[in-house]
Design a protein around this ligand. Structure first.
Ligand code: 13P
Length: 340
């Protein structure tokens, strides 16, 4: 019924399928102005609109990126920016076969009467904003909420996160945007991998219940989960095989095979771990397109390199080469053929 009622149904399916072709992942470059600017400032580059634009132009104009990346998630500011030569960022991405996407949530706020947990705002006016973003060229979108293990998670926080994600996904599918559903389970804490598994299973059960209640079409949405790993301060570390086994078990138990794509976040894992864990998952049979939607694990070294000479064309070329290598390595991991 939902498919018949949605005038964008065919386009949503086409977008989702094109973004999840073998070897394709997503470049997350939707850091908010304070986050993007904070990362630039930490490396000695002033947080101005022009400096954010220049750094993002570097990412978008990396030649060959479209071979490994089917979508780039942008922050609202970036959806309206252009390259120095006047080409809009949207057209520059399209020319590489990369779908422009947009972060549509309005960020986290303290959840009243909780133990320091958060909720994610942005549903008010979302239908109108989504229609504007579609007009501007966006074809997919993201909503990130977080669940903290050390702070709870309380039933109230999990229900609120799941319900918000489902409402958002329904609204955006009706505006022609393929939604990325992202309840990030933060790595912060000293909990072990079993505790993460337990919480992730609870969060995804709740999220799929509300997605179904809201008539969201699973074959026209993407998930953005955290990998199931021990907390960052857990004394017992896991290897790639263990993370892959726990994460695949959680997905098998909770995620319908019709889901168009599972695009993991990197969540503070190192660049190498993010690639190795993804590769290990794709060495097992699974019914989905299991891939990446990394920000830090694609950009960390790129940004550090860029900061050594933001005015120097040779430095920019070097930074782009690093981005292309990181994208290729993760594309290999998507196909389960990455070799260190
Ligand atoms: P990280 O890969 O840096 O976790 O970022 C992904 C993302 O978009 C978080 O919302």
């Amino acid at each position: 019924v939902a498919v018949r009622a949605n005038k964008y149904a065919d386009e949503l399916l086409e977008t989702a399928q094109n973004m999840t072709k073998p070897g394709k992942g997503i470049l997350a470059m939707d850091e908010s102005n304070p986050t993007c600017g904070g990362r630039l400032e930490a490396l000695g580059i002033e947080n101005t609109e022009e400096n954010r634009r220049r750094y993002r132009e570097l990412l978008i104009t990396t030649k060959g990126l479209g071979e490994y990346v089917g979508g780039a998630i942008l922050f609202e500011e970036t959806l309206y920016q252009s390259c120095k030569d006047g080409t809009t960022f949207v057209d520059a991405l399209r020319a590489q076969g990369i779908y422009p996407g947009i972060k549509v949530d309005k960020g986290l706020r303290p959840l009243a009467n909780s133990n320091g947990e958060s909720w994610c705002q942005g549903l008010d006016g979302l239908a109108e904003r989504a229609a504007e973003y579609y007009k501007q060229g966006a074809r997919f979108c993201k909503w990130r909420t977080v669940v903290s293990i050390p702070a709870g998670p309380s039933k109230m926080a999990v229900t609120d996160a799941a319900y918000g994600l489902a409402r958002y996904a329904a609204i955006c599918q009706n505006a022609g945007l393929v939604p990325i559903v992202e309840p990030e389970i933060l790595l912060d804490g000293d909990h072990d991998i079993d505790r993460n598994f337990e919480v992730a299973s609870m969060v995804w059960a709740e999220t799929f219940k509300y997605l179904a209640d809201n008539g969201v079409m699973f074959d026209r949405m993407l998930l953005k989960p955290s990998m199931v790993a021990p907390g960052a301060d857990c004394p017992k570390k896991s290897n790639a095989k263990e993370v892959a086994a726990y994460t695949l078990k959680m997905l098998n138990d909770r995620v319908p095979p019709s889901t168009a794509g599972i695009m993991f976040l990197s969540g503070g894992l190192s660049e190498l771990d993010s690639t190795m864990y993804l590769n290990a998952m794709n060495q097992q049979p699974n019914p989905w397109h299991v891939s990446f939607s990394y920000a830090r694990a694609l950009q960390n070294t790129v940004l550090k390199t860029y900061a050594t000479g933001p005015e120097d064309p040779a430095v920019i070329a070097k930074a782009q080469e690093i981005l292309l290598t990181r994208a290729r390595e993760n594309s290999e991991a998507q196909r389960g053929v990455f070799d260190v």
